[in-house]
Design a protein around this ligand. Structure first.
Ligand code: 5GP
Length: 197
């Protein structure tokens, strides 16, 4: 059986990653979305264990000590981390795994697991990103500015990713990500290994 692959999706806060990923994951039981742990407070509508595992800083530090994270990073005043166990279990069972993580975490995962595919999602423009962040209404104007500054820093690493997708419409972004995933499964290094079993 072909083992699952891990696909990292990074992109600035507010770029619409969650909407794109929800559309990508809808009705696909061959895909596993890695649920991160975070010390950030839940936004309205976010459910513990579905969008994130919402934990406090002490518990987060304990998980670091116990080496339970594949990667973790600090982002605009909060910690975020990928629990290792579920990612490994899903890949062993043949499922592809989607990691929605920022650029520092992406670097950590890629250095530990170089076969991870990295996709950067960008907004159609900075003005549109600011509009999306503001209209979400979940952050103070100060936090919106911090997220915009962070977005521009992250953008400088985009050229190190394997793929670059512009989220102009959700349909286009999903179509391109599906195409990338399909192409990655057709790489000789993956396909020829199955043949020789
Ligand atoms: P948000 O607060 O908007 O949900 O997420 C902020 C940023 O943290 C996003 O760029 C998101 O991709 C990233 N993020 C979410 N979970 C993780 C994680 O487990 N590890 C890392 N490194 N970043 C994460």
């Amino acid at each position: 059986m072909e083992k699952g692959r891990a696909f990292i999706i990074s992109g600035p806060s507010g770029v619409g990653k969650s909407t794109v990923l929800n559309a990508l994951l809808a009705g696909r039981d061959d895909l596993y979305f890695s649920i991160s742990a975070t010390t950030r407070a839940p936004r309205e509508g976010e459910v513990d264990g579905v969008h994130y595992h919402f934990i406090d800083t002490d518990d987060f530090r304990a998980m670091i000590q116990e080496d339970k994270f594949l990667e973790y990073a600090e982002y605009v005043g909060n910690f975020y981390g990928t629990p290792k166990k579920y990612v490994d279990e899903a890949m062993e069972s043949g499922k592809d795994v989607i990691l929605d993580i920022e650029v520092q975490g992406a670097l950590q995962v890629h250095s530990k697991r170089p076969d991870t595919v990295r996709i950067f999602i960008a907004p159609p423009s900075w003005a549109e990103l600011e509009r999306r962040l503001t209209s979400r209404g979940t952050d103070t104007p100060e936090k919106v500015q911090q997220r915009l500054i962070r977005a521009k820093v992250e953008f400088q690493t985009a050229h190190t990713y394997d793929y670059f997708v512009i989220n102009d419409t959700v349909e286009n972004a999903v179509r391109e990500i599906n195409a990338i995933m399909l192409a990655e499964h057709c790489k000789p290094s993956v396909r020829m290994a199955i043949l020789s079993e």
